[in-house]
Design a protein around this ligand. Structure first.
Ligand SMILES: Cc1cc2nc3c(=O)[nH]c(=O)nc-3n(C[C@H](O)[C@H](O)[C@H](O)COP(=O)(O)OP(=O)(O)OC[C@H]3O[C@@H](n4cnc5c(N)ncnc54)[C@H](O)[C@@H]3O)c2cc1C
Length: 128
């Protein structure tokens, strides 16, 4: 069984570790797109203020943490998905097959200003 996890933020990391705990034999590949070890975004302000070193943002503190769990780390930006073929395509032109896929690529905030009655909605929520 090959598990492919897109995203190496907190969700991807916990998923990879939990899979390894429950499936000692499966192949696990965890993909990040930023060329960095898994890190905590909430630690960014502390880093920018100089209160912690870069390594202080890392979610796991030992360099061989994922290797020791036989979790393969890969850097790449997924740009295409063929669910019939069970295949993910990356921006660099390579692709990778999987048996089970988890998309844990985070999210982006969306401004409510683009919705026509966003002001009314905000007022109603604030009034609760
Ligand atoms: C400045 C800041 C402060 C925050 N403070 C707090 C806080 O105090 N408390 C709190 O609860 N939350 C906080 N958050 C929110 C918290 O960081 C997120 O809820 C959390 O990071 C979500 O984790 P995630 O794994 O779902 O996604 P992410 O952490 O966003 O990780 C997603 C990963 O997916 C990868 N990825 C994205 N697209 C692709 C792609 N196409 N192909 C391959 N990989 C891809 C990226 O490399 C990324 O690392 C803060 C966020 C920020 C930015």
């Amino acid at each position: 069984m090959k598990y492919l996890i897109l995203g190496n933020g907190p969700a991807g990391v916990i998923a990879a570790e939990t899979l390894r705990h429950n499936d000692p034999a499966g192949e696990i590949v965890m993909v990040g797109s930023e060329g960095l070890p898994p890190y905590s975004r909430m630690a960014i302000p502390y880093f920018l203020e100089g209160n912690i070193e870069e390594a202080g943002m890392y979610l796991r503190k030992t360099a061989d943490h994922f290797a020791s769990l036989r979790i393969t780390e890969r850097n790449g930006r997924a740009v295409g998905l063929d669910t019939a073929a069970r295949l993910v395509r990356y921006a660099d032109g390579t692709s990778e097959n999987y048996d089970k896929l988890l998309i844990a690529t985070g999210s982006r905030p969306r401004s409510t200003r683009r919705y026509p009655d966003s002001t009314g909605r905000r007022s109603r929520i604030a009034g609760r």
